[in-house]
Design a protein. Structure first.
Length: 502
């Protein structure tokens, strides 16, 4: 049910798109007014449990509007333990419509704000400045969870009339920083600012990234690209800023890493809709990488259900290391085994902080990539090739190589091409990991475990094997376990080195 302060508004139409159904309510209309005037409409409604993923409130915007402003509230009743309460997201689409693909997209703040405004020269963070054109706009409501009692909401829509102002031409960060030529570069590709549900400004994130020893970062706001034009002043010779988005569907999240400036990727679908492939291809056409994020996270809608056939890499370690990450690591290792067994391509692992606000640590963990230079293209190529390891901080540095008896050698993400029974020496050099234990993991499981490294944090571990015994080998650095036989949390881990002929 839905009504406004000037009379009833009935439910108008129901559009079903697989699991991601959308409900369109009755129109809200405004009359034209003089410059400087304001008009408001209040819309109230109740959404029952089992509501569609998205509810659209059409707003008829007349000519001469300078600013659109929306405020909203909804009830949060007490619910028994284990029962979902109410959570209502919000965004807006302009006169170009709500069709999947986002041509009319003008902003999304999820549940991070109680309202928004937009006009030609400014907008709430997460929303895109631009003219408020005449036509049918749509307030998008996303009932993320609905309590058994239902979700009652109230929208107040205010139009201000007048001259529209000018929209500034966006300026984006450069695709190149100074760099050190071919080298190991440290980055954090999963970060949130106040342009979605974070609390830090881009400038604050840039300062923290530099303090964490990072060379590159990626803008990854939830379901909006509105931050892209606000990173140019943060980037510099010492910090490459890539642009992207965290596409936050109801069946898992995926980071678009390093897309073209201004790229928006829609999120309004579920796994059963069979639409993810379309948007994965869009990410790649825009020059980005497709990276499923925290695939085993337990938050509502976070568990990854789209499969990994479209993935360029997988975020195995997300923020402080938890049992969810341990599950993701084990799952990823099983995928490595399958790639060897089936003689097919493998998917590299990476990590990201997913930092939103204090005390979330930017750059913990960080992905350390061997790249030809500090450029968007070179960093992406290093990640795609798996020439990387993941470390809890800039204090941890690794060198990991395998060598044969005739001078053959290979590093992380590479293949040592030798015969099946050729002796192979695997060597790991470590700094910055005091009292950590090294585990060497292969397709046969953990085949070597070292004693604790000295308190200096530096050490060397060597192990000998053959390709017939180990089709790949990767390294894990583990902190001491708190109790019991389980391994301690990670300090770092590498992508694999493959052994033998393809």
């Amino acid at each position: 049910m839905c009504e406004d302060s000037h009379g009833g508004l009935g439910r108008r139409a129901l559009f079903v798109t697989g699991a991601a159904a959308a409900l369109t309510l009755g129109h809200v209309s405004f009359a034209s007014a003089a410059d400087g005037d304001q008009e408001s409409r209040t819309v109230r409604g109740t959404l029952p449990p089992g509501s569609p993923d998205f509810v659209y409130v059409p707003v008829e915007v007349p000519a001469g509007v300078r600013e659109l402003k929306v405020a909203y509230t909804y009830d949060r009743p007490s619910v028994p333990a284990g029962t979902t309460g109410n959570a209502l997201d919000i965004g807006v689409f302009d006169d170009r419509g709500t069709e999947l693909g986002g041509r009319g997209f003008r902003g999304w703040s999820g549940g991070a704000r109680t309202g928004f405004f937009l006009r030609a020269d400014d907008a709430t963070p997460g929303y895109l400045p631009g003219p408020v054109r005449e036509g049918t706009w749509h307030i998008a409501l996303g009932p993320y969870t609905v309590a058994p009692q239902g979700l009652s909401y109230e929208l107040t829509i205010t139009l201000t009339y007048g001259e529209p102002g000018e929209t500034a031409r966006p300026v984006y960060p450069p695709e190149r920083a100074k760099g050190r030529g071919r080298s190991w570069y440290r980055g954090d590709c999963h970060l949130h600012s106040w342009y979605s549900d974070g609390r830090r400004t881009p400038a604050e994130i840039g300062e923290l990234a530099r303090a964490a020893g990072l060379d590159f970062i990626n803008s990854s706001e939830h379901n909006t690209h509105a931050a892209h034009a606000h990173w140019a002043d943060v980037a510099g010779d010492d910090l490459l800023v890539l642009l992207g988005e965290e596409i936050t569907t109801r069946n898992g999240h995926v980071v678009a890493l390093g897309t073209d400036p201004g790229t928006f990727v829609d999120w309004r679908y579920r796994a059963r809709d069979n639409r993810f492939g379309r948007f994965a291809r869009q990410i790649r056409r825009a020059g980005g990488l497709v990276v499923p994020a925290h695939p085993h996270a337990t938050c509502v809608g976070c568990h990854w259900k789209f499969g990994f056939g479209e993935a360029d890499a997988i975020e195995v370690w997300n923020g402080p290391y938890t049992p969810d990450d341990e599950m993701a690591l084990a799952d990823w290792d099983s995928m490595l085994v399958a790639s060897v067994r089936d003689d097919r391509d493998w998917i590299p692992a990476m990590g990201g902080s997913d930092a939103h606000r204090s005390p979330d640590a930017v750059g913990s963990p960080q992905t350390v990539v061997l790249a030809d230079d500090l450029t968007r293209e070179a960093v992406q190529e290093g990640i795609r090739a798996g020439r990387s390891y993941i470390a809890e901080s800039a204090r941890v540095a690794l060198s990991f190589r395998a060598s044969g008896g005739r001078g053959e050698h290979a590093g992380i993400g590479e293949r040592l091409t030798v015969g099946r029974d050729t002796p192979v020496t695997v060597r790991l050099e470590v700094t910055g990991a005091p009292r950590c234990t090294v585990r060497l993991v292969t397709d046969q499981g953990v085949l070597h475990t070292s004693g604790p490294l000295p308190v200096s944090g530096s050490g060397v571990v060597e192990w000998r094997t053959t390709p017939s015994y180990a089709a790949y080998v990767r390294a894990e650095l583990r902190h001491e376990a708190a109790a019991g036989p389980l391994p301690g949390p990670l300090a770092a881990f590498t992508n694999p080195i493959f052994l033998g002929r393809q």
